[in-house]
Design a protein around this ligand. Structure first.
Ligand code: ZN
Length: 204
């Protein structure tokens, strides 16, 4: 969906996983936390994201996915943006119950070589355990395993959920219903982002 908007898209998870795969300094620091389902420490993540926001490709805007996840991260992001003379246009919350989250994450299957993602209910591969794109093996990523999902949810409620109030106070929060089919969630996200982009462009 970032293609529609022509904005750089920064998914913290992808940035971190690439760093882990390439065994960069960031990757090595992040790996032990991710494997346990814990949050990567703020200084590690804020450094990586700040670098990208500050690059020329992000001049006209950017989309962050999976960041911030804690109030201190949000504060660090706000400080960085202020330093750059910029601000957030909106924060999108995909609202879903724990039960729905477990169903969605637990059914995810990821291709070992290409990172292609399938889902046993919503987007099953043609052959069980085999990637449709490149024939590689499909696995349950460590952070999609049931015990890790439960731990991720606990972490979410404790550390990330307070962000809802944090951003609601600043009138930045927009809620998206995460209980509908994945395609419908994606459509709604796309619509919201397009509207926001339009409003931001008109404001210039
Ligand atoms: Zn694949």
């Amino acid at each position: 969906m970032q293609e529609d908007l022509r904005l750089p898209y920064y998914a913290t998870g992808d940035i971190l996983r690439a760093a882990v795969r390439d065994e960069t300094e960031l990757g090595l620091a992040a790996r032990e936390y991710m494997d346990r389902g814990d949050l990567v420490p703020d200084e590690v993540i804020v450094g990586a994201i700040g670098e990208r926001i500050d690059s020329s490709e992000a001049e006209d805007g950017f989309i962050l996915d999976g960041f911030p996840r804690t109030v201190p991260q949000a504060e660090a992001l706000a400080a960085k943006l202020e330093e750059l003379g910029r601000g957030l246009t909106a924060v999108l919350l995909i609202d879903a119950s724990d039960e729905e989250v477990v169903r969605r994450l637990g059914g995810r299957r990821t291709c070992v070589d290409g990172g292609h993602v399938f889902h046993i209910d919503f987007n099953p591969p043609e052959r069980d355990g085999v990637c449709d794109v490149d024939g590689s093996e499909l696995i349950v990523r460590d952070d999609d395993k049931p015990e890790v999902i439960r731990h991720r949810l606990e972490t979410y409620h404790e550390k990330t959920e307070p962000l809802i109030e944090f951003y609601d106070h600043q009138s930045l929060l927009r809620r998206i219903d995460g209980s509908v089919a994945p395609d419908a969630v994606a459509d709604e996200l796309r619509r919201s982002l397009a509207t926001l982009k339009l409003e931001a462009d008109e404001a210039i």
